[in-house]
Design a protein around this ligand. Structure first.
Ligand SMILES: O=C(O)CCC(=O)C(=O)O
Ligand SMILES: [Fe+2]
Length: 230
């Protein structure tokens, strides 16, 4: 699919002069102004704490993430400043949705896009095309590092944008002392597999290990929640 400049609405980095496909496939159209989620709709409940999505090949993304320097991890402080529970994390953000304009979906490219999109897009496309209805929108994509010995305290993701889609986790590094808790149950996520977490249930993460834990996370809104304006 070709995205033209006037379909883009990149608040921070400006629209490109020339039309670009940005490497997107039919399964994803991350940028642009998408009509609002219909009133009373847009709530998606996966009705289970966790869905195991099976094996994925994350080696290229893993290599690219592990090659990032300290500056990349410090470039974007928004998540840890805005969300208290993420205080002990660092992130590299590729795509983010403007929370203030929700339910209008204004999605922007963030600095992590240029760093990681070439390897993150094929992985997202693979997962979406195999497991979810195509033609929706990725509204967030980021790499989240939970520092050694630190926690993400129990919370429910509150903003309505967190309830409109699927939150997918792809572990990049972990250790035997990392636990992901959802609705009171502990889980150990494996590198080489992907998971969908139910972020409407109480969840938290503990990293009691001596190594940082790194996960690639993206939010996919399927097309049923994205209705065209009349
Ligand atoms: O594992 C993480 O870094 C984030 C976990 C979380 O709170 C979420 O995905 O909503
Ligand atoms: Fe969360």
């Amino acid at each position: 699919m070709q995205i033209t400049a006037n379909q883009l609405n990149l608040k921070k980095y400006g629209a490109p002069e020339t039309p670009t496909t940005d490497g997107l496939s039919e399964t994803m159209r991350p940028f642009g102004r998408i009509p609002p989620v219909p009133h009373g709709g847009g709530i998606l409940d996966i009705e289970t704490p966790l869905r195991e999505l099976g094996e994925v090949d994350c080696t290229a993304l893993q290599d690219a993430i592990l090659a990032q320097d300290e500056a990349a991890w410090r470039e974007d402080q928004y998540r840890q400043e805005e969300f208290e529970v993420h205080y002990d994390t660092q992130s590299i953000v590729l795509v983010f949705v403007d929370l203030e304009r929700w339910p209008e979906m204004v999605v922007s490219k963030e600095p992590g896009w240029d760093r990681l999109a070439d390897v993150a897009l094929p992985l997202m496309n693979d997962i979406i095309s195999r497991l979810y209805p195509p033609g929706g929108t990725v509204i967030r994509a980021m790499v989240a590092k939970l520092l050694a010995g630190k926690n993400i305290t129990p919370h429910v993701d509150k903003h309505p944008s967190f309830h409109a889609g699927h939150r997918i986790h792809v572990p990049i590094t972990t250790n035997s002392r990392v636990r992901f808790m959802i609705d009171g149950q502990p889980y150990r996520f494996k590198v080489g597999e992907a998971y969908e977490i139910n972020n409407q249930k109480n969840h938290s993460v503990m990293n009691k290990g001596s190594e940082d834990r790194i996960t690639f996370i993206f939010d996919y809104i399927p097309p049923e929640s994205v209705q065209e304006s009349p």
